[in-house]
Design a protein around this ligand. Structure first.
Ligand code: ADP
Length: 483
């Protein structure tokens, strides 16, 4: 493939090379060839970006804006994104490998985030506190200042937008560090923000490696808050780096091992087909992927064959050709997923479908893996306990509602869960007993940007979406006036 990209950093409204002129390679996951180069930002570049964001935060061009003007800028950005959605979807599909349809979905959610939070900009109300008749005491929600956003490669635009849009609505400024695997789409948003009229320095993007640019941003004294989405191990490092500066980490989303619980009264056929498609979405590289499929003992064989049949219809291919499923993100991720498949078999689970990296060209050249179905999975197995981040589903059986809830909650993660049942009482009862922050009943996705999403247990903390994220990116100030 011809090299398509050669990008710089985005600081103070301009594209600029890294201080030392270095770049890094970005690999096309569908072919393992070089897709392009991005500037390799390091501590000096992070310093410059934070300084630009600090200046912008205090500038009359940003701080002096009426809230409605801030909202209008965000609407304009949404319109710019809409006008360039074909280009954005293509970039996203190229760098991440996701199918074009899924890339369009993500661009759509990105646009919605800016539209939705634009509306919040002038609706962030304070309140009055009844302290005493001769005191007027009120509460304000003020911006925090410069906020760092460290984002992963699985939904580069969506995760950027759901954190950055509320952050801007409140009046903060931003330094973002996208994942090194997918730097290009985020830079496009920064460029379009300038085109939409955002003042220089409000949105800055430092591309680079986690250990260099990411670590420098997380541990920097110049940011007032940090939002992170990624793995547990990096999440711990980011928390430790932020702790050294007493920087609040307002949102830390660390993935999941989400259960899908199919109760005996559910619409089995719909559920099984939906489960199979859902584990293939984004090649299983979603924090909310429903990777543990809990089914009633007596229905196991029927459900497994239905899932198997659906997985058999999944076409793999380069994202831009819009197959059903694209490649994994990287050689490292492919190796990791294949190692889990081996480990699952070693531990006694049985692969009923898939399990391989395709051997024929062109798929053999990219980081593809077949969608894989394990049966006979048991608590304690690594394929049940750990996040694989690939199209791998483990089926487990239960014989009572009690046991289903116990299995579902038997995880260190606590992000989301899906219940399938026609019994409304059971839906509410089980939803209330699950140790997760997000429950879906009878499918349908269900991650509305108007609603909070985030983790409990080792899935992290903080909530993105809706009013909760406005609160998260603001600080409370109390003013007491002696009358
Ligand atoms: P994933 O498991 O999704 O690859 P990672 O946790 O490895 O996610 O990476 C998520 C983000 O964190 C990326 O932008 C990555 O560059 C960044 N990152 C990786 N290591 C560090 C680190 N030590 N400090 C700060 N950021 C990091």
């Amino acid at each position: 493939m011809d090299v398509e990209f050669n990008t710089g950093l985005w600081i103070a409204g301009k594209e600029a090379p890294a201080e030392d002129g270095e770049s890094f390679q970005v690999i096309d996951p569908a072919s393992a060839e070089i897709l392009g180069y991005a500037a390799r930002g390091k501590i000096g570049d992070v310093d410059r970006a934070i300084e630009a964001a600090r200046e912008a935060f205090y500038s009359p061009q940003w701080r002096g804006l009426k809230p409605e003007e801030r909202g209008r800028l965000m609407f304009r950005l949404a319109q710019e994104l809409e006008a360039e959605k074909d280009r954005l979807a293509r970039i996203l599909s190229l760098e991440n490998g996701k199918t074009l349809d899924q890339a369009y979905d993500e661009v759509g959610t990105t646009i919605r985030n800016f539209e939705y939070f634009a509306g919040w900009a002038d609706k962030i109300l304070g309140s009055i506190v009844p302290v005493s008749p001769d005191v007027f005491d009120y509460i304000l929600h003020e911006p925090l200042g410069v906020v760092g956003h460290i984002t992963p490669w699985n939904y580069p635009l969506d995760i950027f937008a759901r954190g950055v849009a509320p952050c801007l609505a409140v009046g903060n400024t931003v330094v973002a560090k996208p994942a090194e695997e997918t730097p290009f789409s985020t830079l496009e948003i920064a460029r379009l923000a300038s085109k939409a009229g955002f003042p220089d320095g409000v949105i800055n993007v430092i591309t680079g490696y986690g250990k260099e640019a990411g670590e420098a941003l997380a541990g920097h004294a110049g940011i007032q808050a940090l939002a992170f989405c990624g793995s547990i191990s990096v999440g711990k490092e980011v928390l430790a780096a932020a702790a050294r500066q007493i920087t609040p980490v307002v949102s830390l989303e660390l993935g999941g091992k989400s259960p899908l619980i199919l109760f005996p009264d559910a619409d089995f056929e719909r559920a099984a087909i939906a489960a199979a498609h859902s584990i293939c979405y984004n090649t299983g590289q979603s924090c909310g992927a429903l990777s543990r499929f809990l089914v009633p003992e007596e229905m196991e064989e029927w459900v497994v064959s239905m899932v198997q049949q659906t997985l058999g219809s999944i076409r793999l291919g380069r994202g831009l050709e819009n197959p059903d499923m694209g490649p994994l993100i990287s050689a490292g991720q492919l190796e990791r997923v294949l190692a889990y498949l081996q480990e699952g078999e070693r531990e006694g689970a049985v692969i009923r479908h898939g399990g391989h990296h395709p051997v024929d060209e062109p798929l053999s050249k990219g980081f593809f893996v077949e969608p894989t179905l394990f049966v006979g999975a048991k608590p304690g197995m690594r394929i049940v306990e750990e996040e694989i981040f690939g199209p791998v589903m483990a089926v487990m059986t239960f014989s009572s509602e009690e046991e289903a809830v116990e299995l579902a909650n038997g995880s260190n993660y606590g992000l989301s869960a899906e219940i399938w049942t026609r019994d409304l009482s059971r839906a509410h009862r089980v939803a209330s007993r699950l140790d997760v922050s997000h429950v879906t009943v009878n499918g349908g996705g269900g991650f509305g940007i108007q609603a909070p999403f985030g983790g409990v247990k080792q899935s992290g903390f903080g909530r993105e979406g809706g009013w909760d994220s406005i609160l998260q990116y603001s600080r409370v100030k109390n003013v007491w006036i002696n009358l």
